[in-house]
Design a protein around this ligand. Structure first.
Ligand code: NAD
Length: 489
C-alpha cells in the first residue's frame, strides 16, 4: 500500500517515522498511509525553499508564469486521473471532482495574468525626484489546506504565490493527501526549478512547526474557524502575514415572489453539492412567511438524489465516520426539540446495500424548525442538511442572518429588484448572491468572507491574493536636479 511522502526539491522524500492511514469514504477501506513530518523534515523543506527563493524571485514575472502555462496544460491532460483520486479519497462524485479541477485551474489562469496586473506606480514627485513602488515577494510561504477540495483549495494560493516570486510549501489535509501528491508529478514535468513548490505532510504539529519557523514569511490557512483563529493569533505574534479562512453558516432567504422551480433546484444543489461539505453551501433557509410549495419542491428534488459517486443525480458519502455521526446527532437533537424532519438522511444508514459498502453515507436532510434556538440552525454541520425556519417578515430574516457569527455567504431568492437590494445592502456575509445559492466570486474577483469566516487581511484569491503574497517596496530616486528646482516643485 502506498505511503504518501513529502515532496521537497522536486523529489518524493520517504523517511522512516510515524504514518497514519488514509480512508476512502466510499468504502471505509484504508487506501494509503501518509507520513507525519518531524521537525528535521520541516526544517529541510523550509531550507530548500529558502535556497530556491533567491534565484526564483530574481526571475521576471513573465518568465515565472511560463512554468504555470505548462502546468495548466498538464492539469487538463491529467484531469481524469486527478478526478479519480479526488473521488477515491474525498468521496465526491466524478462530475464534482472534474468541476473542482476546472475551478482550480481557473486560479492558475488568473496567475497567468499577473504580468499585466502586478504593475507598480512611478511618478516624478518633485523636479528630478521619482517615487516608484513595486510588488516584491516575501520569501518562503506556507499554505495549510482542508479536506473538502483536495485540488481547488491548494490552487487558490499555489499559482499566485509562486508567480509573484515566492517559494511555496503546502501542507495538505492528512485526510486527502493523494491528489496533491499526484499533482507534484505535474509540477516536476512542467519544469519548475527545485525547491519552488514543496509538500510537507502531517497534522497539528507539522502546522505549528511551519508557522513558527523563522524563515517562513507568510501563512495561509483554510479550515475550521477555531483553528483559523488560533493560527492567526500565533502568526500575528510572530509578525507574519496571515490569512486564515474559517467555517461558515450560510443563510439563504426565499421571498414569496421567487421562482419556485429555479430556487428549489438551486437550493438543493447548494446544500447537497459535495455532500454539503463546502464552505459556501447553503445551511439555513429562511422563508418569508410560509411557503409550502417551495418546501415540497425542495424535498422532492433532494429525495431524487441517489447515493453514488458518478452521475448528475448522485450524491457521495461524507468524509469519515466522525462527520457522519455528527450530522446524525444534529438531526436527532432537532427532532427532540420538536423540529419536523421533512426528509431524513438517516434512512441511508439503514440501507443494507449502502451498509455493505462500508462507506460513510448519509442522505440529504431537510429540517423544518419551530424553535429558533435549535443548534442545527446555528452550528456548522458540514453535511447535506438544510435547516428551514419560517420568518414573519424581512426584518426577522435579516436579524437572524446578521446574528450569526460567520460571514461567508448569503443569498436572496426573489424576482423583485427592490427586495434583492434591501437584503444585499443588509447581509453581514462577505459573498452575496441574488438567486445564486453558491455565490463564489469567479476570477478575477477575490474569494473571502468576513467575521468568523476570515481572520487576517486581504482575500485569498484574485487581486486579494496578489496583495497578500507581495509587499510594496517604495523607492525614491534622484539623479540630477534641474538648476531652478527646489524640493517642492
Ligand atoms: P480542519 O480545521 O480540521 O483542518 C484544516 C487543516 O488544518 C488540515 O490541514 C489539518 O491538518 C490542520 N489542522 C487541524 N487542526 C489543527 C490544529 N489544531 N492546529 C493546526 N493545524 C490544524 O478543517 P477540515 O475539517 O479539514 O475542513 C473543513 C472546514 O474548513 C470547515 O469548517 C469549512 O467551512 C472550512 N473551509 C472553509 C473555507 C473558506 O473559504 N472559508 C473553504 C474550505 C473549507
Amino acid at each position: 500500500m502506498a505511503t504518501i511522502t513529502n515532496f521537497i526539491n522536486n523529489e518524493y522524500t520517504p523517511v522512516a517515522g510515524d504514518k497514519i492511514p488514509v480512508h476512502s469514504p466510499g468504502s471505509g477501506k484504508t487506501i494509503a498511509h501518509v507520513q507525519l513530518s518531524t521537525q528535521d523534515q520541516v526544517n529541510d523543506a523550509v531550507e530548500k525553499a529558502h535556497t530556491a527563493f533567491l534565484a526564483w524571485s530574481n526571475r521576471t514575472v513573465k518568465d515565472r508564469v511560463q512554468y504555470l502555462i505548462r502546468f495548466h496544460q498538464l492539469v487538463i491532460k491529467h484531469k481524469d486521473e486527478l478526478a479519480d483520486l479526488i473521488v477515491l479519497e474525498h468521496g465526491k462524485t466524478k462530475e464534482e471532482a472534474l468541476a473542482e479541477i476546472a475551478k482550480g485551474n481557473e486560479t492558475v489562469e488568473f496567475a497567468l495574468s499577473l504580468p499585466q496586473l502586478i504593475l507598480g506606480h512611478s511618478l516624478e514627485v518633485s523636479r528630478g525626484v521619482y517615487c516608484q513602488d513595486v510588488r516584491r515577494p516575501h520569501g518562503v510561504v506556507v499554505s495549510i489546506v482542508p479536506f473538502n477540495f483536495p485540488f481547488m483549495v491548494p490552487m487558490w494560493t499555489l499559482p499566485i504565490a509562486i508567480a509573484t516570486g515566492n517559494t511555496f510549501i503546502l501542507k495538505p489535509s492528512e485526510k486527502v493527501p493523494l491528489t496533491m501528491n499526484k499533482t507534484m508529478e505535474l509540477i516536476k514535468e512542467a519544469g519548475f526549478p527545485e525547491g519552488v513548490v514543496n509538500i510537507v505532510n502531517g497534522t497539528v504539529n507539522t502546522v505549528q512547526l511551519l508557522c513558527d519557523h523563522p524563515k517562513t514569511k507568510a501563512i495561509t490557512f483554510v479550515g475550521t474557524s477555531h483553528v483559523a483563529e488560533l493560527l492567526s493569533h500565533r502568526c500575528r505574534l510572530l509578525n507574519k502575514r496571515i490569512i486564515a479562512l474559517g467555517g461558515a453558516k450560510n443563510h439563504l432567504i426565499a421571498s414569496k415572489d421567487c421562482n419556485i422551480d429555479m430556487a428549489s433546484s438551486d437550493i438543493v444543489a447548494s446544500f447537497t453539492g459535495c455532500s454539503g461539505q463546502r464552505c459556501m453551501a447553503a445551511s439555513v433557509l429562511l422563508t418569508l412567511g410560509k411557503q409550502p410549495e417551495l418546501l415540497d419542491a425542495i424535498v422532492a428534488k433532494a429525495k431524487a438524489l441517489q447515493p453514488g459517486q458518478a452521475g448528475k443525480s448522485a450524491m457521495g458519502p461524507v468524509i469519515d465516520i466522525a462527520s457522519r455521526d455528527k450530522i446524525v446527532r444534529y438531526i436527532e437533537e432537532s427532532e427532540k426539540a420538536g423540529a419536523q424532519i421533512l426528509l431524513d438522511g438517516r434512512t441511508w444508514l439503514k440501507d443494507e446495500k449502502l451498509v455493505a459498502t462500508g462507506g460513510f453515507w448519509v442522505g440529504p436532510t431537510v429540517i423544518l424548525h419551530k424553535n429558533k434556538q435549535d443548534k442545527a440552525l446555528h452550528d456548522e454541520i458540514f453535511g447535506p442538511v438544510i435547516s428551514i425556519y419560517e420568518c414573519e417578515n424581512q426584518e426577522e430574516a435579516i436579524a437572524i442572518e446578521n446574528a450569526n457569527p460567520y460571514g461567508n455567504a448569503a443569498c436572496i431568492y426573489t424576482n423583485s429588484g427592490a427586495i434583492a437590494e434591501w437584503f444585499t445592502k443588509r447581509f453581514s456575509a462577505g459573498m452575496i448572491g441574488v438567486n445564486i445559492g453558491v455565490p463564489v466570486p469567479r476570477e478575477p474577483f477575490s474569494f473571502g468572507g468576513i467575521n468568523r469566516s476570515k481572520f487576517g487581511d486581504f482575500d485569498i484569491t484574485g487581486h486579494g491574493g496578489m496583495e497578500f503574497f507581495t509587499s510594496l517596496r517604495k523607492t525614491t530616486t534622484k539623479w540630477v536636479i534641474p538648476k531652478e528646482a527646489n524640493w517642492m516643485n
